[in-house]
Design a protein around this ligand. Structure first.
Ligand SMILES: [Zn+2]
Length: 298
């Protein structure tokens, strides 16, 4: 028996061109990575659902004190509401949205740009009005295919309500996916044009927006962009606004209960996560986590 390895078999006359073989190997690796991401996050969701007593405390507080009947009933008879404000469902939901976004954008070769947009807030403006004003301004700034005319082929918008010493503050984070690679000068030109349009539409609508909190910059990937977002899981002791407020409610804080009800009413029938174009994984649209499991997708 020879201890010298055989030379690699070259399959005379059938040699696969190097680039093609490399691409095939990369695609195999990508598929493998996807499966791994999906499997790990499924396991994580399952573990969290099964054993996190900190989270369970908040699902109990929500069952007693939420003004949304879908949230109060969530978990009964294995029913899941799938809501972004539900302690039982929010984590699974945001995990699924991120996995979908990753899958939808991983082969996009164009530049990705993050855009954070806010309007000025004051304690006497109710959250629902602020949320509505922000959406109206964003709609005005992007209407008439303004983004697509500049080469944007997909977007995701995540709306995040915050609460601080100055009351409610609603802001939005966009991921903008361009068809092509942009030069730094083109990104800068786009940034200036979008800000200009945003502020002139704000003036026209009479909505107060300042340079504070507006940010437009190249981002490396959809995954890098999601780091701008709060985590999405609602659990005792976590620092995001829903976790903070529901933890306080669970501890008997009635002010926090009023704020939670403001938020639940303010967010009513409003989407917190809106994908368009290439960022939308249309074949899974409308399916919740249990549907995805039932169909063997995760
Ligand atoms: Zn739920």
């Amino acid at each position: 028996m020879s201890i010298v390895a055989d030379p690699p078999h070259r399959g005379a006359g059938r040699r696969v061109p190097f680039t093609q073989a490399t691409r095939a190997a990369h695609e195999r690796t990508d598929r493998h990575a996807d499966n791994l991401v999906a499997a790990l996050s499924t396991i994580y969701d399952r573990i969290t659902i099964g054993s996190n007593s900190a989270r369970h405390a908040l699902t109990e507080a929500q069952r007693l004190y939420s003004i949304r009947s879908s949230i109060r009933r969530c978990g009964q008879s294995r029913h899941r509401c799938g809501g972004a404000l539900c302690a039982r469902c929010a984590g699974t939901r945001i995990g699924q949205q991120r996995r979908d976004l990753y899958t939808a954008t991983k082969h996009q070769a164009g530049t990705m740009v993050s855009w954070s947009a806010t309007i000025a807030s004051s304690p006497d403006v109710p959250i629902r009005q602020q949320w509505g004003d922000l959406l109206a301004l964003l709609q005005a700034a992007t209407r008439g295919g303004w983004l697509s005319r500049r080469g944007v082929v997909g977007t995701v918008r995540a709306v995040e309500p915050e609460h601080g010493p100055d009351g409610w503050h609603v802001h939005a984070h966009y991921l903008l996916v361009f068809r092509n690679e942009l030069t730094p000068a083109e990104v800068e030109h786009f940034r200036a044009a979008l800000l200009d349009r945003y502020f002139s539409e704000a003036d026209r609508l009479g909505i107060h927006a300042t340079a504070d909190g507006q940010d437009i910059a190249r981002t490396r990937s959809a995954t890098a962009w999601t780091r701008y977002l709060t985590k999405g899981r609602i659990r005792r002791g976590a620092t995001d606004v829903l976790s903070r407020l529901w933890t306080a409610v669970d501890d008997g804080d009635t002010d926090a209960l009023h704020l939670v009800h403001d938020l639940e009413a303010g967010a009513f029938r409003r989407r917190m996560w809106t994908p368009t174009g290439v960022c939308k994984l249309s074949e899974y649209a409308g399916l919740d986590f249990d549907d995805l499991i039932a169909r063997g997708i995760v």
